[in-house]
Design a protein around this ligand. Structure first.
Ligand SMILES: [Zn+2]
Length: 60
């Protein structure tokens, strides 16, 4: 089964490293929690949601 992590506490410590990017769709400045390698477009949150497959799954 899935390995359990020992994450405890509700505080967001160790924030992710955000990278400033420009949305490939609308050109808006945004940040992404990963380092874009330039081989794929990056989107702001709004456009990202548009681009994700909207399946009728209740899972996130
Ligand atoms: Zn956008």
């Amino acid at each position: 089964m899935a390995s359990e992590r020992g994450d405890r506490g509700g505080f967001n410590r160790a924030p992710r490293e955000m990278t400033d990017v420009t949305c490939s769709e609308c050109g808006k400045q945004t940040q992404v929690p990963f380092k874009p390698d330039g081989s794929r477009p990056v989107y702001c949150q709004e456009c990202y949601q548009k681009h994700r497959p909207a399946r009728s799954s209740s899972r996130y």
